[in-house]
Ligand binder design. Structure first.
Ligand code: PA5
Length: 476
């Protein structure tokens, strides 16, 4: 693998930027646009937020900020393990959910060929099983040659019901296929070093283990073994990914709000929310980045949707993140974005150089309705559609901005992850909430534990059984 990521001039050519012009009053008008004055008035809050982030980081809480330095040995271990197992498996299956799955999916979509799994030369093929839908999982287990399959079970807590259920089914099925004595060759566990049931099981079964740093939350963990092990297995350059994140970290350490992309975009998203634009749409114009938008959706929703502020006061905040894909969703969502309520901020992602292009042939020249397409390229079409949508939104006073990615590679994807993670941390601080917990998802989980008879959750079962009875009248 090349180490182009050490070359400063190459790094700068690959620098991600954000075009925030159309967020401002100057272009959008005073009713919906944001005033520079409002940004300047937020400076003290951003400064305080930055101090809080740094304080938490210094207290060892925000591990995502320093993954390059903190993970040198882990990175080496991951790369040697992947190298040792090269050619051994046809299939690499991730069992994990939420933050333990979405980052790897985003990496795969961004950095591997869209039809990777169909290519006979491209082993291992990659599969992510997150949901507990029996139809899909049964089909996966039936389809794969389990003798040539390795499963990476990822759960930071080591107790997530979905992941542990899939693991238990896979473990039984694989041991029937390969024999109990070979089972440890087919499973890897990625979990906490210090706690959790997955850790206990992995030790008992002698599985190879990788550890998720305790101070990196699930949805911030893509650049830990959670995403890096999978990446190394399929030939993604993990050193370059981490170098990209570190490069963006340097850019985002600028204390001038107007020159710090994570903070300026975060501040504008926050001001937009305060102006009633409580829906945040991420719309890449690149299929390769569509799962970054999905990853972002979870990052934003679980981090920022909170009932109480840091002082325990009821606040019920949180922008609703939506993922969209250009140009596809111009034919699905754009009507709403153009004419519906003024409640959205649209963030486009534009890729300057897609590395590949296709020319539209000059055929059907006698048919005026299609002849204008001849001799143009698909890249030009997708770029023009993005610019046209941006302008149409502007004309309708709809605030929007564009993340500009020079090229899709490990270095830029690493930058994107870091940029959006830091921005999320900042917006959390501006809302005065804890962006790193997820108390809201516990209640639903606890009812499930109660119904499934998990020890200690009997009260939840009782509460579940006493749930309000539904009336037949309303089931039609
Ligand atoms: O961001 C989070 O913390 C969650 O989305 C978790 O990643 C998800 O719930 C899975 O948790 P775990 O890795 O403990 O199985």
């Amino acid at each position: 693998m090349s180490n182009r990521y050490n070359d400063k001039s190459w790094q700068d050519k690959m620098r991600i930027q954000i075009d925030l012009n159309y967020m401002f009053e100057k272009y959008i008008g005073s009713k919906h646009g944001i005033k520079e004055k409002e940004v300047n008035e937020l400076k003290d809050n951003v400064k305080k937020a930055d101090q809080n982030i740094k304080k938490q980081y210094k207290a060892g809480k925000l591990g995502f900020i320093d993954l390059l330095v903190g993970q040198k040995d882990i990175t080496q271990d991951i790369m040697s393990f992947a190298e040792k197992n090269k050619g051994k498996f046809d299939n690499f299956v991730i069992l994990g959910i939420g933050g333990s799955a979405l980052g790897s999916i985003a990496l795969q979509t961004a950095l591997k060929d869209p039809y990777h799994n169909l290519k006979s030369s491209a082993y291992p093929r990659i599969f992510v099983a997150d949901n507990v839908d029996p139809v899909r999982f049964k089909s996966l287990l039936n389809t794969l040659d389990l003798k040539k399959t390795v499963f990476n079970v990822i759960s930071k807590s080591g107790s997530t019901a979905e992941t542990m259920s899939l693991f238990m089914i896979a473990k039984k099925t694989v041991s029937e296929a390969v024999g109990e004595d070979k089972i440890s060759e087919h499973f890897i566990a990625t979990t906490s070093k210090n706690s959790g049931y997955l850790r206990t099981i992995a030790k008992r079964e002698n599985f190879k283990m990788f550890y998720i740093p305790d101070n990196v939350g699930g949805r911030f963990s893509v650049l830990t073994p959670v995403g890096l092990l999978y990446a190394a297995f399929v030939g993604i350059d993990i050193k370059e990914l981490l170098a990209g994140a570190t490069y963006m970290k340097e850019i985002c350490s600028n204390s001038n709000l107007w020159e710090n992309p994570a903070y300026l975009q975060g501040a504008l998203q926050y001001l937009a929310y305060k102006k009633g634009k409580q829906i945040s749409v991420m719309m890449p114009y690149s299929d390769q980045l569509k799962d970054i938008a999905d990853w972002y959706r979870q990052l934003w929703a679980e981090s920022l949707g909170k009932e109480k502020d840091r002082e325990g006061k009821l606040t019920n905040v949180g922008p609703t993140p939506i993922k969209a894909l250009g140009a596809t969703d111009q034919h699905s969502q754009a009507q709403l974005y153009m004419e519906g309520p003024y409640d959205k901020v649209i963030t486009f992602i534009e890729v300057k150089d897609l590395s590949v292009d296709l020319k539209i042939p000059e055929i059907y020249q006698d048919i005026e309705g299609v002849s204008y397409l001849g001799n143009k390229s698909l890249k030009r079409l997708i770029d023009t559609e993005k610019k046209a949508t941006e302008l149409a939104l502007l004309k309708r006073q709809r605030i929007n901005n564009t993340i500009i990615v020079p090229k899709i590679n490990e270095f830029t994807v690493g930058q994107l992850f870091y940029l959006l993670e830091l921005e999320t941390a900042l917006v959390g601080e501006l809302f005065n909430i804890n962006a790193f917990n997820q108390p809201g998802v516990e209640l639903g989980k606890n009812y499930t534990y109660g119904v499934f008879g998990r020890e200690g959750y009997q009260d939840m079962k009782k509460e579940f059984d006493l749930r309000p009875e539904k009336k037949d009248k309303y089931i039609i």
